[in-house]
Design a protein around this ligand. Structure first.
Ligand code: HEM
Length: 153
């Protein structure tokens, strides 16, 4: 005669293993909390060095340097850092002009804007900013194109 199938203690414990693994896997696969954008850009210091590198390049690149004659690069770099930090929900105070007012006299064209975005993209890459944070920042800046670009060139 065979024994009734009463689960042993060891067997009962064994059935708990898949359950525990399922719970663990659910916990691990739930999306980790995403840090605020300004932190993912390297914090205030990271944003300052990205802005500084961006402005240095804009002021020397033949495709963008046209409007930089007589501009104090340290001042504009600090202002752009504060602006980008603010756009990225950071703890900075931006006291400059609106994008429309700041660029109105410069009569900037679409190609100057697009080159600037390309320079910023490259500097974000160089700083080791991740794809997600880089694209999020560029997505937030994109609507300013219609305020900054006021000429055909
Ligand atoms: C996403 C694109 C851009 C952003 C976020 C941006 C941001 C800024 C900010 C925050 C300022 C300082 C405004 C102030 O302090 O009152 C500024 C000024 C300036 N920007 Fe831009 N800018 C952009 C595109 C461009 C482009 C495409 C050029 C030229 C190629 C340019 C050239 C300048 C110059 C020359 C100034 C100084 C204007 C002055 O002092 O009279 N910017 N920009």
């Amino acid at each position: 005669m065979s024994q009734p199938a009463t689960p042993t203690r060891a067997w009962r414990q064994l059935t708990l293993v898949p359950m525990a693994l399922a719970l663990l896997s659910a916990a691990c696969s739930s999306a980790p909390p995403v840090a605020p954008l300004h932190e993912r850009l390297g914090g205030v210091q990271g944003i300052e060095s990205i802005s500084s590198a961006m402005i240095q390049r804009m002021a020397t690149d033949p495709r963008t340097r046209r409007t930089f004659d007589g501009i104090n690069l340290r001042t504009i770099s600090a202002s752009i850092a504060a602006y980008l930090c603010k756009v990225a929900d950071g703890p900075c105070v931006y006291e400059g002009e609106t994008m429309r007012n700041a660029h109105a006299d410069l009569k900037l064209g679409g190609s100057e804007f697009d080159t600037t975005v390309q320079i910023l993209r490259e500097e974000l890459d160089r700083a080791g900013v991740g794809e997600g944070a880089k694209n999020e920042l560029l997505r937030r800046l994109a609507p300013s194109r219609r305020d900054i670009v006021t000429a055909d060139r």
